[in-house]
Design a protein around this ligand. Structure first.
Ligand code: MN
Length: 253
């Protein structure tokens, strides 16, 4: 993980974040080809880009349009999920943090046990969704390659076995939660899940590690299209994964 940012760094990140947001919006207005470029150029989201000023978190720019992941995730689900659910986590996080000292997002997650439940739920909601958007893209899918594929093969035997185990973990979550592929504390790839909006970066999570990819299995992520059939949503999801973004997280860790 990155070292803790100084106030100066934070201001620098703010500027970069602002430039990225403007760039993203401009590209969205330019149409499909510029849109593809945007996905390739900006897919990995850095948590520090989400900080606005010294005391507010903001919704990151979605690197594709609401209908871009059709037919696997429908437009209305994307629109509600991003502009209502994720926005609400951001708003409620900012509200819950009023009056507390400013802390970088990484540090907040690491020390989440010392914060109220409202911070835990909403910072998790913010981080988890930001990651989720960044590891999907139109015309995605296929499989990992290079060092990430080698690490997957070493941990699970083959990519197909990994996919099967991840899918089983996703259908086994009772109620709302997330499924993760993490680099665990021994440096090995591991699949696991967390309830609600918890994640493996939180000190209270039994599953600990650096998340490479996360799948939202809350019903709000799939109910409009897939209704009660979570398994169909998970099967569809493999077709929109952005393996370049996931590999980038792996290589930067
Ligand atoms: Mn969600």
């Amino acid at each position: 993980m990155k070292k803790k940012s100084s106030p100066l760094d934070r201001r620098k990140f703010l500027k970069q974040g602002g430039a990225m947001a403007i760039g993203g919006a401009a590209m969205l207005a330019l149409g499909k080809s510029a849109f593809a470029e945007n996905v390739a150029g900006h897919a990995p989201l850095n948590p520090e880009y989400f900080v606005e000023g010294d005391d507010k978190f903001i919704l990151p720019v979605l690197p594709y349009t609401y209908d871009a992941l059709e037919p696997f995730i429908d437009k209305m689900t994307m629109e509600i999920h991003y502009s209502k659910h994720h926005q609400a986590y951001v708003n409620n996080l900012n509200k819950a943090l009023v009056g507390t000292p400013v802390v970088a997002l990484d540090d907040l997650l690491k020390k989440i046990s010392s914060y109220p439940l409202a911070v835990r739920n909403n910072v998790g909601g913010h981080f988890n969704h930001s990651l989720y958007w960044s590891i999907m893209k139109p015309n995605g899918g296929g499989q990992a390659s290079g060092p990430l594929l080698a690490a997957i093969q070493s941990a699970f035997g083959s990519f197909d076995v990994f996919k099967e185990k991840f899918t089983t973990a996703a259908t086994s979550v009772f109620g709302s939660g997330w499924v993760w592929l993490v680099i665990n504390q021994s440096g090995v790839l591991e699949i696991g899940s967390t309830p609600n909006q918890d994640n493996p970066l939180m000190d209270i999570s039994p599953l600990k590690g650096f998340p490479l990819m996360g799948l939202d299995v809350w019903e709000h992520a799939y109910y409009l299209k897939h209704q009660n059939k979570r398994i169909d949503y998970v099967k569809d999801w493999w077709n929109i994964l952005n393996w370049e973004a996931i590999q980038k997280r792996f290589s930067e860790k």
